[in-house]
Write a protein that binds this ligand. Sequence first.
Ligand code: ZN
Length: 297
Amino acid sequence: MTRAFLVLWAGLTALVGVAHGAQADDKLKVAASFSILGDMVKQVGGDRVEVVTFVGPNGDAHVYEPTPADAKALSQSKILFINGLGLEGWMTRLENSLGFKGKVVTVSNGVKPRKMLEDEKTTTDPHAWQDLANGEVYAANIRDALIAADPAGKVTYEANAKKFIDAMAAMDANVRQAIAKLPPERRRIITTHDAFGYFGAAYGLEIIAPEGVSTESEASAQDVAKIIRQIRSENIPAVFLENVTDHRLLDQIARETGAKIGGELYTDALSPADGPAATYLDMFRHNIETLTAALSA
Ligand code: ZN
C-alpha cells in the first residue's frame, strides 16, 4: 500500500464521518402542535433537534384536520409538545389513531390557568403563551423534556433555554413600558376572538371581547349588533384584526361604529418566515408596536 493511498483513505474516512455527523437522522425528532410552540422548541433545541409543526403560520390551532403526512411525522417523533389547557382537541384524535408511543409533553404545566367565556360557557382559556412569564414556564418545560430525551445535549439545551428566557424577560419589560406610556383611558381594545386574556391581565390592557364569538363558530347578526353597541357605549378607540380569524366581521364593525381598525395582531399563530411575526418574540414585538401605534394617537 502506498503512502498516497493511505492518506487518501484516511481523508475519505474523515469526510464520511463529518457527513454522517451532520445528517438530519442524528437529530432528535420532535413534533409541536402549532407554530408558536414549534418556534419555542426550535429556540431551546437549536441544532440538535428537528422540529415538525402541525398547524403552520396563520393557521387556526383550535380546529385542524391532521393529514396522513402529519401522522407519519408524528410516528417518527420521540416527543410531542402540546400547549394543553384544551387548545388541541384534535391532537388527541391524531395520537389515538396512531397509537403514539413517544412522550407527550404539555408545555403549559405549571402556569396558572385563566377562565374564559366561550359560547356562553365558562371554559379554560388556552392562550397562556400571550403572557411572557408563562412563556418562560413553557421554555423550562421544553428544556427539561429535551434533556430527558437527549441527556448528551444537556449543556446546549440549558444554554439555549437561558438565552431564550432572558430575551423573554427583556421583552416583558418592553411590553410593560410601552403599555404604561398609553393614556389609561385608552388601554382597552376589542378583538373578535378572546385570545388576549392572559396578555391583558399581565400587562394592564382591558380586553373587551365580544361574547359568544370563537374561531370555531361564526358570529351571528345578533353578536355583531351586540359588539357594535358595546363599542359605542364604552367608547372603544380601536378594533384589531387577528391573523387567524375572518376579517369581514371587524371590517363591518369598524364601518358601522367609526372605531379605527388598529392593525393586525398575531394571537394563535406566527406569520410566515418573511412576515412580521415569524418567531414567538417577534410576535410580541409586532403586537406591541401595532397596539401602541393605534392607541397612543
Ligand atoms: Zn385562540
